[in-house]
Design a protein around this ligand. Structure first.
Ligand code: M6R
Length: 368
């Protein structure tokens, strides 16, 4: 059932073009208008939502961090994101017009389940984004958007994550459509851009060998850093989590703008630092990221730079350059996470570790 792959995780990484396409399927019409009737929360109720709180754990939490940027941008509804394990033990401000979005691949994570119970007790509406039909979290939610990744067997989440991102984008765009904060053409344009993502993921996967080579060269690293900004920040956190859980290497993800507030002290000669560079837009993000890269290089770091095709500005600052096809900033995590997944996978495999079943971890964490 591994279809000729050595590890489920490798198979699941390579399934992502299909998984992302399936998660889009049937959710928009030919004009790009979204059809999410499955949400089962009336349009009237959705128009009344005045706050969104995304709750999740682990990798799903990082998908939630990306969701915050997209949802606030498209809908202008205030959106918070919180770890389920923290949310459930505090006294959050929830009302009937709060929409809680619970993201869980398995639908069985105890922390996330307890958090939605906590939210429902206070009459908030709960919408689940889940990959497992009929699991507990969607059953206990008011509504659900299923991701169509297919079963994810590897303990490390890969296609679970990218399909969660797609579901979050669809939710944000749908809310914008219902509430009128973005209009037909604009929504159709983003839907069209998402539809091209499977091919672009495939282009990144076609260059997997380059990443594998890099992973083998860096297999003896004792510590690796990941830097990003904006939606690249959760990608940095996800890259670090993958490396910790699979290869048991100390890894940290940071918001690049925070470097000077402390983490830069960690940088020493030859330290590998992955840098997720946002597309060159009209804003300052791209330039700010470049100055972050310069700061770590000046202290001897080896930089592995992920940047869009055609971005020549980054070239002098990259020891290794990984090219990403062009997409708008908000969608870039769908592409930038792929090399980080491949890197952690290959490094762990090279070290002879059990990629699908890392030590101390379970696929669904059904205990606190
Ligand atoms: O099934 P869930 O999405 O609720 O799981 C949440 C986390 O336990 C999960 O993402 C975990 O962090 C993975 N091992 C990450 O690869």
């Amino acid at each position: 059932e591994k279809d000729g792959y050595d590890w489920f995780m490798r198979k699941e990484i390579f399934e992502q073009p299909r998984a992302v396409a399936d998660t889009l399927l049937g959710r928009h019409d030919e004009n790009g208008a979204l059809q999410l009737d499955e949400i089962r929360i009336s349009e009237e109720e959705l128009r009344e939502v005045d706050k969104i709180i995304v709750i999740a754990s682990g990798t799903s939490f990082y998908a939630g961090m990306v969701a915050k940027y997209a949802i606030e941008h498209w809908t202008r509804i205030a959106c918070e994101v919180e770890l389920a394990s923290e949310f459930r033990y505090r006294d959050p401000i929830l009302t009937r017009s709060t929409l809680v979005v619970a993201i869980s691949q398995s639908g069985e994570t105890a922390d996330t389940l307890m958090a939605i119970r906590h939210a429902r007790e206070q009459r908030a509406k709960v919408l689940a984004i889940c990959n497992t039909n009929g699991s507990t979290i969607p059953r206990e939610s008011d509504a659900v958007i299923y991701t169509h990744a297919g079963p994810e067997i590897g303990v490390a989440s890969t296609k679970g994550f990218t399909t969660q991102l797609v579901a979050c984008y669809l939710l944000g765009l749908y809310l914008a459509q219902v509430r009128g904060t973005r209009y037909g053409d604009e929504i159709a344009q983003v839907v069209d851009q998402i539809q091209h993502v499977p091919d672009k993921i495939q282009q990144v996967l076609d260059r997997a060998e380059e990443i594998y080579g890099l992973a083998r060269r860096l297999a003896d690293s004792r510590s690796v850093l990941f830097l990003g900004r904006h939606v690249g920040y959760p990608v940095a956190l996800e890259g670090a989590l993958k490396l910790k859980e699979l290869a048991y290497i100390h890894a940290e993800g940071f918001a690049a703008g925070e470097l000077k507030h402390g983490p830069i002290a960690l940088v020493e000669d030859q330290l590998p630092v992955f840098c997720v560079v946002p597309p060159r837009g009209r804003d300052f993000l791209h330039d700010k990221m470049i100055s972050g890269i310069q700061e770590v290089r000046a202290r001897g770091a080896r930089t592995i730079v992920l940047a869009e095709e055609g971005d020549a500005v980054v070239e002098p600052y990259a020891d290794v350059l990984i090219r990403l096809p062009r997409v708008p900033t908000l969608l870039q995590p769908l592409l930038s996470v792929i090399p980080l997944q491949l890197f952690a996978l290959e490094l762990a495999a090279h070290k002879g570790l059990d990629v699908d079943q890392p030590r101390n971890l379970a696929k669904s964490v059904t205990v606190e």
